[in-house]
Design a protein around this ligand. Structure first.
Ligand SMILES: Nc1nc2c(ncn2[C@@H]2O[C@H](COP(=O)(O)OP(=O)(O)OP(=O)(O)O)[C@@H](O)[C@H]2O)c(=O)[nH]1
Ligand SMILES: [Mg+2]
Length: 743
């Protein structure tokens, strides 16, 4: 049976922690994908190698999460008894959230894989592929690690579900109920092979327990429940709620046990009251009331009050009811009670029970919607009163208008009757329009709204043409038609009005037209006149900004400055450090200069083209001097002086030139081809820092190594390399016998 499969809570696979899940998946991807790759391989091969790894990891994660989601029961699909029980024990929302997070994680893992495979397709080197793979797996693992709390919770739920009794709600069932310590567990132990704990104190049983027995050819199940106290539903604890769910959802006979000896700690009256308080759960169910512990107290020995209370039960309860008495300690009457309960069960049609079950499932699903449909919108009293007032106003206006319309109808009848009286047709249309405009003018604001609503009602005709719902395109069309109608009526009103009413459109035309004039909305605020133009407070971080604004701050500042000046005048002897004044002036100058420079820089945004000096020949130079009629000798003398000065400045370069000459002399035979070696500055530096030829060569080599260009994507220092896998003794070299204790 399909339903039976659903209740195999014991078959749910254990949920491992996030860390274990990551370890399992990563090691499996390592095992299931190839491990050898070299940078010499084709790039497509390298890409496929890493893409396969990412995909494998994603599939494994997805599989693992999917099994978790599939294993756990869906609370909406299982029997309402289990759904409610799960809600009470593990909180329905929490459970759903945890499963939802699992499914979200699996989706995000898929997305990550998708993204990284896209990137891997375009990566250009082994190194890049490798890094992408690492980051993809890392991100997936991070998503899974975030799931840790949900996975822990689900594991707890799984363990709890596995411990639940496998009650078949469709089987013939006897449900034991009653106050704590009355002997429910003793009864189940007597009639079945169940081994439920029995103790002389209340609330020994904290879970549902199930027992099975055969009677005749039929098989029955009997359910032991935790004891109930007579208190409202809201105050009941989880153990009590498990009993309530069992009584509410499992169909069968209810065996309500009453301890007539009252040794359980509850009087007969209290126990009967408890029975009445939960009688709603017994609708459509047969009830057997069993009086236990008759070995301690006989039924005949009960006080008349208690007898009366027991008799009243028959009057109160209208469902099939039977009484029996027994003692689970001595075993007297237990078999009879069992047989009685089974008989009651037999009478009930089993197919009916199944139907009831299905009905239960359907009802539980419909119930949510029922609540929604019955919900009435909350309208405040003041609004209702306002509406009534408006309606009355509308009624009054209607009455007034109806008088006008009657008149107009008369006039139109006159017109139709005798054309000579009314003159031409144009006049008649004018009268009609004026009446219409009057009607429009008389309308108050509320009426205008109604007018618009009337349009709606006219459109409702479309809505009730037999179609239950209007498609979106159709509704849009209707909206357009509605707007056009509104616009037409507005324009006709504006063109035909004769009154002196000043409308917003008039004000707009007077004050600059649309876009310039803005409507005074505040005038229409539904508050007292005095408050309408108040400043609306600006709130920032929960505080009114106005509280922190001082409107007279400038005045206060001026006052402070005045005070300072006065103080200075009074205390003339106050000595101010003269250095302070000096510093102040310098700083001011600096800031001004900086500002000026910045401005200039801003002005010269375009770079000026570089002008190079042209080399002139001596003849040209002399020509120029002649043209300008300058003293030739003087100029030449100054030039020589300048040259001398330049020579003095370039003393250092002279040394360099000397060294260059030396190098060229010594290395005439061996020309170095490298461009870098031909660099004279580097050469000279190396030459000066070294003394021998050997040192020089080494220095050149090191220099070359240091300036070597690094090609991206190739093997670098960061790459892990295992150069040679050799055991330690192979590296150790030869050794004589007995010299080492290593082995
Ligand atoms: N004298 C007498 N004692 C009984 C009888 N049946 C049960 N008891 C005693 O009543 C006590 C409670 O019995 P349980 O079977 O644990 O009662 P319970 O209704 O399961 O109690 P909870 O699980 O706490 O709700 C035990 O000490 C039993 O020995 C009976 O017929 N006669
Ligand atoms: Mg018990």
């Amino acid at each position: 049976m399909k339903e039976n499969n659903m209740y195999r809570f014991k078959d749910i696979k254990p949920v491992i922690s996030a860390k274990d899940l990551v370890d399992v998946v990563l090691s499996r991807t390592q095992r299931k994908t190839p491990t050898e790759i070299h940078k010499g391989f084709k790039i497509t091969r390298i890409r496929n190698f890493y893409m396969r790894k990412v995909k494998m990891c994603q599939e494994l994660f997805k599989d693992k999460l999917q099994t978790i989601i599939n294993d756990f029961p869906k609370l909406d699909d299982i029997h309402p008894f289990y759904a409610d029980l799960a809600n009470i024990l593990y909180d329905r929302d929490h459970f759903k959230l945890a499963l939802g997070q699992c499914s979200y994680a699996s989706k995000s893992v898929v997305k990550i894989c998708h993204d990284y495979i896209k990137l891997l397709k375009f990566s250009s080197s082994l190194y890049k592929c490798k890094m992408l793979k690492i980051s993809a797996l890392g991100r997936m693992c991070k998503v899974i690690k975030k799931l840790q709390p949900s996975l822990l919770y689900l594991e707890e739920v799984r363990q709890n579900l596995a411990r639940l009794p496998s009650i078949n709600p469709h089987k013939k069932t006897i449900l034991l109920a009653g106050a704590p310590n009355v002997g429910k567990s003793s009864f189940i132990n007597c009639v079945s092979r169940a081994n439920v704990e029995i103790q002389p104190y209340a609330f020994t049983t904290k879970n549902l327990y199930i027992g099975h027995f055969d009677l005749g050819l039929n098989k029955y199940q009997i359910v032991d429940t935790p004891g109930l106290l007579d208190r409202p539903l809201d105050n009941r604890n989880t153990t009590e709620m498990t009993t309530i769910t069992a009584l509410a959802h499992i169909n069968g006979v209810i065996l309500f046990i009453i301890d007539i000896s009252e040794t359980c700690g509850f009087t007969i009256e209290e126990q009967v009251n408890l029975f009445y308080s939960i009688k709603l759960l017994f609708i459509n169910k047969s009830i057997v009331i069993g009086f236990n512990k008759i070995d301690k107290c006989n039924l005949d020995l009960l006080s008349p009050e208690n007898k009366l209370i027991i008799k009243d039960i028959v009057k109160e309860i209208k469902t099939p009811l039977k009484f029996c008495s027994f003692s689970t300690l001595t075993g007297i009457g237990v078999e009879e009670a069992k047989a009685e309960a089974c008989n009651m069960l037999k009478n009930e049609n089993s197919s009916n029970m199944l139907l009831l079950d299905q009905q239960n499932i359907i009802n539980s699903k419909i119930a949510v919607q029922k609540i929604n449909s019955d919900r009435v919108p909350y309208i405040p009293q003041s609004v209702i009163e306002d509406r009534i007032k408006k309606k009355e106003l509308q009624q009054q206006n209607k009455n007034n208008n109806s008088g006008v319309i009657i008149l107009s109808s008369n006039s139109s009848s006159n017109y139709s009757g005798s054309s000579g009286k009314m003159g031409n047709g144009i006049e008649s249309t004018e009268t009609g329009s004026t009446i219409a405009s009057e009607k429009y003018n008389d309308m108050t604001k509320s009426e205008l709204i109604r007018y618009e609503n009337d349009d709606d009602s006219s459109m409702d005709i479309f809505a009730h043409t037999g179609l239950p719902t209007i498609p979106i395109a159709e509704s849009n069309l209707m909206r357009e038609v509605k707007l056009k109608k509104k616009d037409k009526s507005r324009q006709s009103y504006l063109s035909n009005r004769n009154d002196n009413k000043i409308l917003q459109i008039d004000l707009q035309n007077q004050n600059g037209g649309a876009g310039v004039y803005s409507v005074d909305i505040r005038n229409h605020y539904d508050i007292k006149e005095e408050y309408k133009y108040d400043v609306i407070p600006e709130i920032y971080n929960g505080k009114n900004i106005a509280d922190f604004v001082d409107p007279n701050i400038e005045e206060h500042l001026l006052e402070l400055l005045k005070e300072e000046e006065e103080m200075l005048l009074i205390n003339k002897n106050v000595e101010i450090d003269p250095l302070w004044f000096k510093l102040n002036t310098v700083l001011n100058k600096m800031s001004l200069k900086l500002k000026q420079l910045r401005l200039e820089a801003r002005m010269n945004t375009e770079k000026q083209p570089l002008a190079y000096k042209k080399k002139k020949t001596i003849e040209e130079f002399e020509k120029k001097i002649d043209e300008l009629k300058l003293n030739k000798e003087k100029i030449l003398a100054s030039m020589t002086e300048k040259a001398r000065k330049n020579n003095n400045n370039n003393n250092k370069t002279k040394e360099h030139i000397k060294v260059k000459k030396d190098i060229s002399k010594k290395q005439n035979k061996k020309q170095i081809k490298d461009t870098m070696y031909n660099n004279p500055t580097k050469k000279s530096r190396i030459f000066m820092s070294t003394s021998t030829e050997l040192q020089r060569k080494k220095a050149y080599k090191l220099n070359k190594m240091a300036y070597k260009k690094i090609v991206k994507g190739t093997k670098g220092e960061a790459d892990r390399t295992i150069i040679a896998k050799k055991p330690k003794h192979l590296f150790s070299g030869k050794m004589s016998l007995g010299t080492s204790s290593r082995r």
